[in-house]
Ligand binder design. Structure first.
Ligand code: CAA
Length: 284
């Protein structure tokens, strides 16, 4: 299904770092499942009885395994999905949070680890297979793009719990769907269908629920077949569009574009095109 890739030491992923990360993952995973599908790392949020609600343990395991895949030169893309057919994640774990005080939250920096996903170089696809509410919607938006089952529902219902989105919902949701609709959903707690999420640009594509995982793995496989350092550069440039002015972003993009010409893979990619062959990227 996927093209095989050389186990090259790629930009930012020295073998020693990979080994070090592997050593640190000795304890068994209790809230997620992780597996390799060729060059794709698949992570499944696995608390189906709680609709995959984000407990502190789940978040710690998720971040740990994403970072482990990111440090692995044989992994070129990551897919995150939810177990069962009902939910990607129905939010942060309300029952775990319910007794916490302000000081508990502050001292534990609750869910602060999720910020680390933003510095991961390997592209992360959220395959949203049902409810993506509250922290679940925020987790999906933290990923690089979202593929949604036609049954998926998105929303930030924290207002109904007497709180507000705390993992980026007021910021990323607003940038994705526009102020007016984001404000309506954040203030009412209502949900958005997968189709509306696609129309508004929150979601890249909507696919039949039964095909979602295969589609996500296939899409991830296409990304993993490209040059990893070039993919990382392209990802960084797109993300910069959200953090800077157009003029600054265009200058940044031009500098990165020129710098791709210092790589082996640009030479290989263009030579292969001219020779009507498939490129042999070495991640160099
Ligand atoms: N936390 C903890 N448990 C949850 C949960 C959550 N976020 N969402 C669902 N569950 C649990 C339910 O308590 C229930 O457990 P029991 O069987 O032990 O009672 C089980 O999952 C199944 O849920 P429901 O019976 O409620 O299923 P449903 O189909 O009737 O409703 C739902 C589905 C609309 C998603 C509903 O479960 C719901 O509204 N969940 C909460 C959604 C929410 O408010 N999310 C925001 C959380 S706060 C947050 O995320 C803050 C932040 O920004 C960081």
């Amino acid at each position: 299904m996927f093209s095989s890739r050389p186990a090259a030491s790629s930009l930012g992923r020295p073998a020693a770092l990979v080994a070090q990360r592997r050593l640190s993952t000795a304890s068994p995973l209790t809230c997620i499942l992780e597996e390799r599908r060729g060059p794709v790392g698949l992570i499944t949020l696995n608390r189906p009885k709680a609709l995959n609600a984000l407990s502190p343990t789940l978040v710690r395991e998720l971040v740990q395994e994403v970072k482990r895949f990111d440090a692995d030169p044989e992994i070129g893309a990551i897919v995150v999905t939810g177990s069962g057919d009902k939910a990607f994640a129905a939010g942060a774990d309300i029952k775990a949070m319910q007794p916490l005080s302000y000081m508990d939250m502050h001292k534990a920096r609750l869910f602060g680890e999720l910020d680390e996903l933003s510095s991961v170089r390997t592209p992360i696809i959220a395959a949203v297979n049902g409810f993506a509410l509250g922290g679940g919607c925020e987790l999906a938006m933290t990923c690089d793009f979202i593929l949604a089952a036609d049954t998926a529902k998105f929303g930030q219902p924290e207002i109904k719990l007497g709180t507000i989105p705390g993992l980026g919902g007021t910021q990323r949701f607003t940038r994705a769907v526009g102020k007016s609709r984001a404000m309506e959903l954040v203030l009412t707690g209502d949900q958005m269908s997968a189709e509306e999420a696609r129309e508004r640009g929150l979601v890249a594509r909507v696919v039949p629920a039964a095909d979602l995982l295969d589609d996500a793995l296939k899409t991830a496989g296409k990304i993993a077949a490209q040059s990893q350092p070039i993919v990382a550069m392209a990802k960084t440039c797109v993300n910069v569009a959200f953090e800077t002015s157009l003029a600054e972003g265009l200058r940044f993009e031009r500098a990165i574009f020129y710098s791709t010409f210092a790589t082996h893979d640009q030479k290989a990619g263009m030579a292969a095109f001219a020779a009507k062959e498939k490129p042999n990227f070495k991640n160099e």
